[in-house]
Design a protein around this ligand. Structure first.
Ligand SMILES: Nc1ncnc2c1ncn2[C@@H]1O[C@H](COP(=O)(O)OP(=O)(O)OP(=O)(O)O)[C@@H](O)[C@H]1O
Ligand SMILES: [Mg+2]
Length: 481
């Protein structure tokens, strides 16, 4: 066999290299892989069509690997004028980076207790007021001279004189200093573990400004997955919702509407992939989907008329996703034409292949597939080269049987993967270190579907059907046929 030349030095599938790029792990769908790469780069939608188990989901998931990470953060802000109309705020990566630097600045300067004015170190409990010895603020008396660091709780037996000079325990000390322009500036010293944090006037003003900002909820954080699965999603899962509040959002008792906003899958997939398997099964929800794809933003509203969330609406929440959807050929007519038009208008519809020509290169890909499946499973041993050849022969037989394709290898790989797993389980059961051709043959026999089993037992599916009938029924059956 030709492929033996290529793999002549390989004894088992263990030494077959597996590419890191998940798209390179998709076997035999070269055209689809090419388009998938393009879709990721150009941000295009994709509808993958084909029978079960040929890599539609695998392909879709691999695309996310090629997408750049999301950059924006989306928040909903309290709207004091109209709390039931929370406001959307988008922060770009530049703004987020600036805020990070600011946050660092606001954290102030962390200094050693010996580097602050001594009265500050005393008040914060680091320095002994009597002997100047520095110690941890948790220690109430000086480890060097034993003097109490702080004023005691009032006691009628207290030492009035020493208590008079003792200081009040503090976690924060406010002081002032003259700045270069001759103006007085506030400086705050704070306990920071065994160190001291120094905040200057500018940091304090900034902190005040932040405190005065509108209350907010981060709806879509910037660090998030870029692959969102919405297969079989409900309306609220897909489009978002406003949670119910039994107190109707009452100012004191209730929860403010902005904090009850829940993002939908279309919003979570912003800047990433929204993956929907069996697109047709989404039925009427497809209508919302194509509006969202067109507008790239979609309002979040309370979707339950009985809920207090029904009166809340957040306008224009971004949802700029690429749709990767999959459908079996039989269900294609359940996909709404306007949705298909949106996909074709800004993307591709791709029909996946069910088999590939039996060439040396493609046999090489099959070796890779076998190694991949074994590694993915993690519980079965690797296959010998002969066993891998046996599996490839089976893939050839299946291409002929299922697709009437001579000299081809099947790409209905989920089924084939089942046979590989079974062969692995048999090897484990036998205590064998590798999958050998015998185990593969046994697995193939066990792995056949019912139709194939019926064919073997009864000669044909038709005869098998007849076997279930009673005697008079059988007579009628024969007369009709
Ligand atoms: N082209 C392929 N290359 C590599 N592995 C594949 C391929 N097709 C299928 N497989 C294997 O089969 C498994 C099932 O494939 P996948 O879930 O992508 O099928 P699907 O086309 O989405 O099927 P369905 O229509 O049932 O959802 C994959 O996880 C992978 O292990
Ligand atoms: Mg799938």
């Amino acid at each position: 066999m030709k492929s033996e030349i290529k793999y002549e030095n390989i004894k088992t599938t263990e030494s077959i290299p597996i590419p890191n790029d998940p798209l390179e792990q998709v076997i035999g769908q070269d055209e689809a892989v090419k388009i998938a790469k393009l879709a990721a780069r150009q941000k295009r939608h994709l509808l993958l069509v084909g029978p079960p188990g040929i890599g539609k989901s695998l392909l879709a998931q691999s695309i996310a690997f090629h997408l750049i990470k999301p950059t924006q953060e989306i928040s909903v802000l309290h709207n004091p004028e109209n709390p039931e109309r929370p406001i959307v705020e988008i922060k770009t990566s530049e703004i987020l980076a600036k805020e990070k630097t600011l946050e660092k600045q606001l954290a102030g300067k962390i200094v050693d207790p010996k580097d602050v004015p001594s009265f500050v170190a005393e008040k914060l409990g680091f320095r002994c007021r009597k002997c100047n010895y520095l110690s941890k603020p948790q220690e109430n008396s000086c480890p060097s001279c034993g003097t109490e660091k702080f004023k005691k709780e009032y006691s009628p037996f207290g030492d009035l004189i020493s208590d008079y000079f003792a200081i009040q325990k503090a976690d924060r000390v406010h002081t002032t200093k003259m700045n270069d322009g001759g103006r007085e500036e506030i400086i705050v010293y704070e306990k920071y573990g065994e160190k001291i944090r120094v905040l200057d006037q500018k940091s304090l003003e900034k902190i005040d400004e932040i405190k005065q900002q509108k209350p907010r909820k981060i709806l879509i954080p910037s660090s998030r997955k870029n692959f969102i699965i919405a297969t079989g999603a409900s309306e609220t899962e897909l489009l978002g919702d406003i949670r119910h509040d039994p107190y109707g959002g009452h100012q004191q008792l209730g929860t403010q509407p902005y904090s009850r906003v829940v993002a939908g899958a279309i919003h979570e997939a912003h800047e990433g992939v929204l993956f929907i398997d069996e697109l047709g099964a989404l039925s009427y929800l497809q209508r919302f989907l194509f509006t969202a794809m067109q507008e790239r933003k979609y309002s979040i509203v309370g979707r339950n008329p009985q809920s207090s969330g029904a009166s809340v609406k957040v306008d224009s929440v971004p949802c700029d996703f690429i749709l990767i959807a999959a459908s079996n050929i039989n269900d294609l007519h359940f996909v709404l034409p306007p949705l298909r038009s949106r996909i074709i208008g800004n993307g591709y519809e791709v029909l996946l292949d069910t088999h590939m020509p039996d060439t040396e290169t493609n046999r090489g890909k099959m070796f890779q597939f076998i190694a991949q499946e074994i590694r993915k499973d993690g519980k079965i041993p690797h296959a010998t080269l002969e066993a891998a050849h046996e599996i490839i022969e089976e893939s050839k037989r299946r291409a002929k049987l299922n697709d009437d394709a001579p000299d081809a290898l099947t790409l209905r790989l989920r089924d084939l993967s089942g046979a590989i797993r079974l062969a692995g389980d048999i090897a484990i059961d036998e205590g064998a270190p590798y999958i050998t051709p015998e185990f593969v043959k046994l697995a193939i026999r066990k792995n056949r579907n019912i139709e194939e089993q019926l064919k073997e037992k009864y000669g044909s599916v038709w005869r098998a059907n007849a076997s279930e009938l009673s005697r008079p029924e059988k007579r009628d059956y024969k007369e009709i046929n």
